[in-house]
Design a protein. Structure first.
Lengths: 278, 246
């Protein structure tokens, strides 16, 4: 059977089976931001906007979406190539967690803020209630939604100040309860975090990572929820040629070059062209 | 997912009733129950969205007619709907299912833990059914008690009375979880009291509006609460709910 849906603003006529889910259809159409959750709609990772409302696409038949408007994260920045303010806010607030359900959270935020530009915490929690992402909790997600709301209202929220846990004086060698800090940070989001005791082993040197929060390497990719860039392969047939695309490494894979037998697709294209030119 | 052999979206009630004769025919409002069921027997999905019976409109001076395919989200958003029903609709499903699940599906599936069904019960819910023999109005309590009345018929609307004062008391494992037992009470404008309980029978039930209403019940126990625990809860929550309406 054929269904007609308005997918991310473009009207499309797509063939599908009667029992095919909207999730399966969307992924077949290249919308990889929509992830399988449970098949029962309980986790929300398959969240999309159906006529502006967040729904789980894994419990909805593609045929049920016939005649409706479906929006996925791909619609937010395909035209501009830049981050949508909601995506920007999620990246800045560190709200992406593993990224698996980031698309659904961003869409739920979009649906919420279009109806309510200044939601309180209860309304934010309710809007995200169907999206279960328990990797770190929801504190940063709620902060991300509030930040997105401020951005969309035209405000300029202050830069996110990460809470840096300083080694506590006198706690370097003995475990035990930490003294309470004298002044909580001037953050307007989230509760004052408990300060853990830092107990260092004398054999291990202090690292440069712990205590220095930074945006995740893959945050931009997750927020866009685009398909992962193909890994750049090291190819004996082309890696010595400057013109070869295979030498152009993506940021995500800049530190690794995996060996691959045989010529890579880029090699096939550019080396053939070079050979012909020669 | 259910094994779906065919999907039909009739445009009229007559067409929809004709589709019921197909082997394996299952009527779907939003599909959150049917589609999620892991059934091996192939089903023919009869989607009612083509009937456009999702509206909410006034019915009489103190009544409200809710179309069978009105979603929980629509109930929660409509300011004409009593606050207790709106809150129950919001609590019934998480945000990702609320815009799919429908009132008709709620009545047809008769979840024993449904606080929304209990709320509709105390608001004197009446279900409108349409079959080949015409239209039939049946009290919601009767439909829940005897599901055979739905055979060969399609739920087209649920009517509720909006006046009065309501109160809810519940006990759940977490603040957002479905209640183990809930009691919903309402005092009508003419002073009568209604009391509905969830989690104490196979479906939400209307009981006598007295604190000892749960004394004769035999709640089915499960991992969330034993029979004895639910009976005690029902008594305590009934008293609290009734105190809430005066």
């Amino acid at each position: 059977m054929d269904v007609t849906i308005t997918l991310n603003g473009a009207r499309r006529r797509v063939g599908c089976e009667p029992g095919e889910t909207l999730l399966a259809l969307l992924r077949r159409e290249g919308c990889f931001s929509v992830r399988f959750g449970s098949g029962t709609g309980e986790t929300g990772a398959a969240g999309v906007l159906l006529d502006g409302r967040i729904v789980s696409a894994d419990v909805l038949l593609a045929a049920q979406a016939d005649g409706h408007e479906v929006t996925t994260v791909e619609s937010l920045n395909v035209a501009t190539g830049e981050l949508h303010p909601i995506q920007e806010a999620f990246v800045e607030a560190g709200a992406l967690q593993s990224g698996y359900s980031a698309g659904a959270m961003i869409l739920a935020t979009k649906a919420l803020l279009e109806r309510n530009p200044d939601p309180d915490e209860r309304e934010i929690a309710d809007a995200l209630s169907g999206i279960l992402d328990r990797e770190t909790g929801y504190v940063k997600v709620v902060a991300g939604v509030r930040r997105a709301a401020a951005l969309l209202r035209g405000e300029k929220p202050a830069p996110v100040q990460p809470v840096i846990v300083e080694p506590l004086a006198g706690r370097d060698s003995a475990p035990g309860p930490s003294p309470a800090p004298e002044q909580p940070p001037a953050a307007d989001h989230g509760p004052w975090p408990a300060v853990p005791a830092v107990v260092r082993s004398p054999e291990v040197a202090p690292t440069l990572v712990v205590g220095q929060p930074a945006p995740k390497v893959d945050a931009l990719r997750w927020s866009r929820a685009t398909r992962r860039s193909p890994t750049t392969w090291s190819c004996a047939g082309c890696c010595t040629r400057r013109c070869c695309e295979a030498r152009t490494r993506t940021p995500a894979s800049s530190r690794s070059t995996m060996p691959r037998p045989g010529p890579c697709p880029a090699c096939t294209r550019c080396c053939t062209a070079s050979t012909r030119a020669a | 997912m259910a094994t779906v052999s065919a999907y039909l979206r009739p445009a009229t009630l007559g067409d929809a009733l004709a589709c019921l004769d197909l082997p394996g025919a299952v009527v779907v409002g939003g599909g959150t129950k049917v589609n999620a069921a892991r059934t091996l027997e192939p089903v023919v999905v009869i989607d009612l969205q083509g009937l456009h019976i999702d509206g909410i409109e006034r019915a009489g001076e103190h009544g409200l007619l809710v179309g069978a395919t009105a979603t929980f989200q629509r109930l929660a958003d409509d300011a004409r709907v009593p606050a207790t029903i709106r809150e129950a609709a919001r609590r019934e499903q998480p945000s990702t299912l609320r815009a799919l699940a429908t009132v008709g599906g709620l009545v047809a599936t008769a979840d024993p833990s449904s606080e929304l069904l209990a709320t509709l019960l105390v608001h004197d819910g009446v279900v409108t059914l349409t079959g080949r023999d015409g239209r039939l109005s049946v009290e919601l309590a009767a439909v829940l008690g005897d599901g055979t009345v739905l055979a060969g018929r399609i739920i087209t609307a649920v009517t509720v009375e909006t006046g009065g004062v309501t109160s809810v008391a519940r006990t759940a494992r977490t603040r957002a979880d479905q209640p183990i037992v809930a009691a919903v009470a309402r005092r009508t404008p003419d002073g009568q009291r209604r009391l509905a309980l969830t989690g104490v029978a196979a479906v939400p039930v209307l009981v006598a509006p007295t604190p000892d209403a749960a004394a004769g019940l035999e709640p089915p126990g499960d991992f969330r609460g034993s029979t004895e625990y639910r009976r005690v809860l029902a008594g305590v929550l009934a008293r609290r709910a009734l105190e809430g309406v005066g």
